[in-house]
Design a protein around this ligand. Structure first.
Ligand SMILES: [Zn+2]
Length: 262
């Protein structure tokens, strides 16, 4: 037993390599077998993924007018996003959130962590995430923003804080006007007690659309003395898509995915 435990840390990766050799997983984009165990995308597709700024691996997306134009008013200080909301990102995000495709989730977490590699966090920063209601958590089984935040915090070696509560029974945001969304969101979120807030927070969500949710959470944080809130997301929608999103007639998750994925 002792010998087994002693060799266990080496045995598990070896077992993964053997399983991968026997049953290689397919690239989630091109479907060809991937070379590396644990990888969800092949070495050819990875560098070809569409990026928000092809020349810069990760930069403040608010410097792009086509992003900042669609996010007014805005209370957070910077936005780091990997891509526009487009294929294959949108396909993977929808598959993860609505079809519980955990391989897509693993890929998206890996991509966010990899993108953060060149980012130097300020001292005393911490990572937090957009909450979902208990009802939504029960339906979905996980909070995608929390999983992304976990990956980001691990990559940057920052603390991960659960700061927000989300009340149940709040409607989906799709199909509501900006004013209706803001009123809805003011009622929805609150800060959990007994958290010491750092000066600088990295707030994680999967997609930023109108920015209404992260704006409300930023206001809550700044009222409590937080100086800087940087938002991190996988994808950002253009101003044109935000109008389509706001105009979606239904409030179901299916309508959300259809409205955003077009
Ligand atoms: Zn591929």
């Amino acid at each position: 037993m002792f010998i087994f435990c002693e060799f266990m840390p080496n045995f598990v990766p070896l077992l993964h390599q053997c399983l991968h050799f026997l049953l290689p997983n397919s690239c989630l984009w091109c479907q060809l077998p991937v070379q590396q165990a644990q990888a969800q995308i092949c070495q050819y597709c990875n560098p070809a993924l569409p990026r928000l700024s092809p020349a810069v691996p990760l930069d403040n997306a608010l410097l792009l007018p086509q992003v900042s134009r669609g996010l007014k008013p805005r209370y957070f200080d910077a936005l780091y996003s990997l891509s526009w909301y487009q294929n294959p990102w949108s396909h993977w995000i929808v598959a993860w959130k609505f079809n519980q495709d955990l391989a897509c989730g693993a890929l998206l977490c890996q991509q966010l962590a990899a993108a953060a590699a060149g980012y130097l966090p300020p001292p005393d920063a911490a990572v937090c995430y957009v909450p979902i209601s208990k009802t939504r958590l029960k339906e979905r089984g996980f909070n995608q923003a929390e999983q992304l935040a976990h990956a980001l915090a691990a990559a940057l070696q920052l603390p991960l804080l659960a700061l927000f509560a989300s009340k149940k029974g709040i409607k989906h945001q799709v199909g509501l006007s900006r004013a209706q969304r803001n009123a809805n969101l003011r009622r929805q979120f609150s800060l959990l007690p007994n958290n010491r807030l750092p000066q600088h927070l990295l707030l994680v969500d999967d997609v930023i659309t109108t920015g209404a949710t992260v704006n409300q959470l930023t206001l809550l944080l700044k009222k409590q003395g937080v100086q800087t809130v940087d938002v991190w997301t996988l994808a950002v929608t253009s101003a044109k898509r935000q109008r389509r999103y706001s105009a979606a007639p239904s409030s179901s998750p299916d309508a959300e995915s259809k409205a955003l994925a077009k």
